[in-house]
Design a binder for this molecule. Structure first.
Ligand SMILES: [Zn+2]
Length: 170
């Protein structure tokens, strides 16, 4: 069984990432501080709706992170978290991906699907798209090369290339 989410286009996901940046005050900042966002905004003790836990690698099997929207808990593997703090692109992306699951995939909207799930309903595609759009918003990086996007936004070349190609279409 595959899991399916309500369909979301890249344009809709882009609008949501713009909103996330706006409410957190990072609207015009090229480098999105995902660790601070999770710690300060979502991890605020006065926000009982969000919990995050740093897990030992052996507790996580082969996952870097996981988000349970039933319990509003994000689990992040300790080494991933530490590298994200240091700014390692791949690990920053992992945290943004988990944030995407947290915001997009509330339990009441998810469904099991028989057979192949279309890309726009695939929760993993949605979370990856969310992460790419959040790290490199069109408004900020348009006109930059993929290399510049990678460097300024703290993204891997692979993730930056995807955003760069998408923005050629805009
Ligand atoms: Zn995922």
């Amino acid at each position: 069984m595959n899991i399916s989410a309500p369909g979301l286009s890249r344009v809709k996901i882009r609008a949501l990432t713009r909103y996330v940046r706006k409410i957190s005050g990072y609207e015009n900042q090229v480098y999105f501080p995902i660790v601070q966002f999770i710690e300060l905004i979502l991890g605020d003790p006065e926000n009982p709706n969000f919990n995050y836990e740093i897990m030992e690698p052996w507790e996580m099997e082969d996952m870097y992170g996981s988000t349970n929207t039933n319990t509003n808990t994000m689990k992040i593997r300790k080494d991933v978290y530490e590298r994200a703090v240091e700014g390692v692109p791949r690990d920053r992306f992992t945290l943004c991906h988990e944030l995407g699951h947290y915001l997009l995939h509330r339990p009441q909207v998810m469904a099991y699907a028989r057979g192949k799930v279309p890309r726009y309903c695939d929760p993993e595609w949605q979370a990856n798209t969310f992460a790419g759009e959040l790290l490199a918003p069109y408004d900020i990086v348009k006109g930059l090369s993929a290399e510049q996007i990678a460097m300024k936004c703290g993204m891997s070349m692979q993730a930056a290339e995807i955003q760069f190609k998408e923005y050629q279409k805009c």
